[in-house]
Design a protein around this ligand. Structure first.
Ligand SMILES: [Mn+2]
Length: 324
């Protein structure tokens, strides 16, 4: 990996804002927290500001309560025009959410650290490695480059991020380097079973009820090779489950040998529809998501639905038909 651009960006500014994609996931918040601690170690000022709050099961890594999100009480620094902005875990500035309109025009410059597929020429000016298992993997290597001591707090944050983004070390981008990093983090004090339990064994009863509702919508297409599930805001209301708690539902159909692609249409509390896509084997769902204005990785991608479900679903099925 080539870190020079990142090192230049860090030495250029004394103050930083760190943000990640909207609806931050484990990789986003773990990477942000580790980078924040690293910058503080270098005697820089840094704050984290996300579009949305941190999902409950990831908050345990935020031991200093520094992962902030934008709400009506948020006070931006008065000298924000002196700040450099780190954008983590996405290479599309539109993915930061509504705060991109607040932050981007005000800060001096932004710098991206990410591992998603990209189709822009941002790669050369930023730190984007699509082969990395997670943004956290890149942050770990950057912190080593910066000679930042990996404290047990940083180790917990990075390990959680890697566990989350590799599906506990099973997704295709998991490599020997991923395990080497995990091994070092465990030697710095991470207790793997503790992290697993905090992230994956804290579901609410309402989320289990929500899962049963969503699973009941399951449809199969193309000779059982494509699974489609749907979550409506009425289901959220009825069960009391939260939108963020539905993240892993898309993986359930993939447990069937026949299923190659899992599609999940999900509506949030505000009525915004998104479509998530997961695949196994050689199916490139990122290319499909891009066709609808989204993006992601080859085996995990998504897009925001700009049309109602009854319009977008047939279009998606027509697109998928070409694969089967
Ligand atoms: Mn990630």
């Amino acid at each position: 990996m080539e870190f020079q651009n990142a090192l230049n960006f860090i030495s250029k500014y004394e103050k930083f804002i760190i943000c990640a994609h909207e609806s931050p996931d484990g990789d986003a918040v773990g990477s942000e927290f580790a980078l924040l601690q690293g910058l503080k170690h270098l005697k820089k000022e840094a704050i984290i500001l996300n579009n949305d709050p941190t999902p409950e099961n990831f908050t345990f890594i935020d031991t200093t309560n520094e992962i902030g999100y934008f709400d009506e009480d948020t006070q931006l620094p008065k000298d924000i025009d002196q700040y450099g902005l780190f954008i983590l875990d996405t290479n599309d500035t539109a993915n930061i959410g509504e705060i991109s309109e607040i932050l981007l025009p005000k800060v001096k410059e932004y710098f991206i650290i990410d591992h998603h597929e990209d189709d822009s020429d941002q790669v050369k000016d930023n730190l984007i490695y699509k082969d990395a298992s997670s943004t956290a993997e890149i942050i770990y290597l950057l912190l080593k480059e910066l000679k930042v001591k990996i404290t047990s707090e940083i180790a917990d944050a990075l390990y959680m991020a890697i566990v989350y983004d590799t599906g506990s070390f099973i997704y295709p981008k998991t490599t020997a380097r991923t395990f080497e990093i995990a091994c070092d983090l465990v030697s710095k004090g991470v207790i793997p079973n503790r992290i697993y339990s905090k992230v994956y064994e804290t579901d609410s009863i309402s989320s289990i009820k929500l899962m049963s509702q969503v699973l009941s919508t399951l449809e199969m297409e193309f000779n059982n090779q494509v699974a489609i599930q749907l979550m409506s805001k009425e289901m959220l209301k009825k069960t009391g489950g939260k939108y963020e708690e539905s993240r892993a539902f898309i993986n359930i159909p993939l447990k069937a040998a026949a299923i190659k692609i899992s599609v999940f249409f999900k509506e949030d509390e505000k009525g915004v529809f998104r479509c998530s896509l997961r695949s196994k084997g050689s199916y490139d769902v990122c290319a499909i998501a891009r066709h609808f204005g989204g993006g992601g990785h080859k085996t995990a991608a998504g897009f925001k639905c700009t049309e109602p479900l009854d319009k977008i679903k047939p279009k998606l099925l027509a697109k998928l038909k070409k694969e089967f």
